[in-house]
Design a protein around this ligand. Structure first.
Ligand code: ATP
Ligand code: MG
Length: 381
């Protein structure tokens, strides 16, 4: 891609309404454009990063046997009435009436729809476990959308749902998903921690949150410097690591801040009972399916990567997320320079290496500042 043709317009100064680094830098690099409070358009630079993370998420989901589906954003009220969430969910749920006076909501999460889908096609214990996921746009009418992609109203999430005949089988998938989540963040070059959490509004038995460590995180967590133990300070108030104490070792927990990028839950039969999501067991008896659900914020993870890895005037993308892998900078628009740069550009493209060719009639200072702001990992001048 030639920089001169890219849909981009970088800014020197931080926008006034941007309080955190990721929001500041993504806006300055024109990766995202606010259309309304908590609602953004993504330009090619921003979208490329989101898509790169989605590719990692897809690979890891497919690897654990989850199948990709796509559910609608608009959900008929009847499904949410059946789960009894239509009245309970509160003002975050955006309710819409169509021209025939039918009520809908713009889906903030998809337990009801996925129950409907799986219940239609899964009849017997022989078809279980069943595990599906989607990467889709959600809407939550957050009271205070802020920090750019970190807390939007419209945002992209990967949500997965698993269905089981036994609790042991749910435990197995839950632990595979936990590992898959840790791999996703590791492949992004991110330092992430898994912590036991409160399951909040979605309900159920056990849940874990995935935190990207960053000073700007909204959650305070404690982590052990010697083992993998970490916990939300809302859940624990101990100062020594309980895991290490079990082994007779003393280790003092350290306080750090984290950004919640993922959340996995054991839902049990809370939804399947209400939604009538049943299967026939070996003796032909109808039983509610045992469920798990697993979410990760696509935009929030990308923003968290900037919070963890970026600095005042520069994003710093690991190769896996980088919008372009190479920034090719033309330093003088004269024949021998142009020819050399054009030649390299064609070679990189032929080798399938994503390259941003800065061929603009700008000073070297401007070009370096922009490539650093955008955070392209390799520069060729
Ligand atoms: P929070 O506590 O931050 O409001 P949540 O616990 O309500 O989030 P979940 O229902 O667990 O969110 O959703 C799964 C994932 O979706 C979250 O871990 C986060 O990465 C992402 N997410 C949730 N709400 C938003 C939002 N408003 N903007 C961007 N991403 C979000
Ligand atoms: Mg959560």
């Amino acid at each position: 891609m030639h920089f001169s043709q890219l849909l981009v317009h970088t800014l020197k100064d931080n926008p006034k309404d941007a309080e955190v680094l990721s929001h500041q830098l993504m806006t300055r690099a024109s990766m995202i454009r606010k259309i309304a409070a908590g609602i953004y358009a993504y330009t090619p630079l921003g979208l490329r990063i989101l898509r790169n993370f989605e590719t990692i998420v897809r690979t890891e989901m497919n690897r654990v046997g989850a199948q990709e589906v796509l559910m609608p954003s608009m959900i008929p009220a009847a499904l949410w009435q059946q789960s009894e969430r239509w009245d309970k969910y509160g003002k975050e749920l955006l309710r819409i009436t169509d021209r025939h006076n039918n009520e809908f909501c713009y889906g903030p999460t998809h337990e009801e729809v996925v129950c409907e889908l799986v219940n239609t096609y899964v009849k017997s214990y022989r078809q279980l476990p069943m595990h599906v996921y989607q990467i889709q746009t959600k809407f939550r009418d957050e009271i205070r959308p802020r920090f750019g992609l970190m807390r939007g109203r419209e945002f992209i999430m990967k949500d997965a749902y698993s269905f089981h005949a036994t609790w042991e089988d749910l435990d197995k998938t839950y632990s595979e998903m936990r590992d898959a989540y840790l791999r996703m963040f590791e492949r992004c070059g991110l330092r992430a921690k898994v912590v036991q959490a409160d399951s909040g509004a979605i309900g159920g038995d056990e849940s874990a949150e995935f935190m990207v460590i960053a000073q700007t995180g909204e959650d305070e967590i404690v982590e052990c410097p010697t083992c993998a133990y970490a916990a939300n300070t809302e859940v624990t108030n101990t100062e020594t690591c309980p895991k290490c104490a079990e082994k007779g070792q003393a280790s003092t927990l350290q306080r750090v801040r984290g950004i919640e990028v993922g959340h996995i839950f054991k839902l049990g039969t809370t939804y399947s009972e209400k939604m009538n999501t049943t299967y026939l067991d070996e003796s032909g008896q109808a039983k509610p399916m045992i469920m798990g659900c697993y979410g990760v914020g696509i935009g929030r993870t990308v923003a968290a990567a900037i919070e963890q890895l970026g600095s005042a005037n520069a994003m710093c993308w690991p190769i896996a997320l980088a919008p372009f892998k190479v920034s090719l900078i033309l330093c003088k628009d004269e024949a021998p320079f142009r020819e050399a740069a054009d030649g390299l550009y064609n070679e990189l493209k032929a080798a399938n290496i994503e390259v941003l060719y800065d061929d603009r009639p700008e000073s070297m200072g401007v070009k370096f500042k922009d490539t650093e702001l955008i955070g392209i990992p390799l520069q060729v001048v």
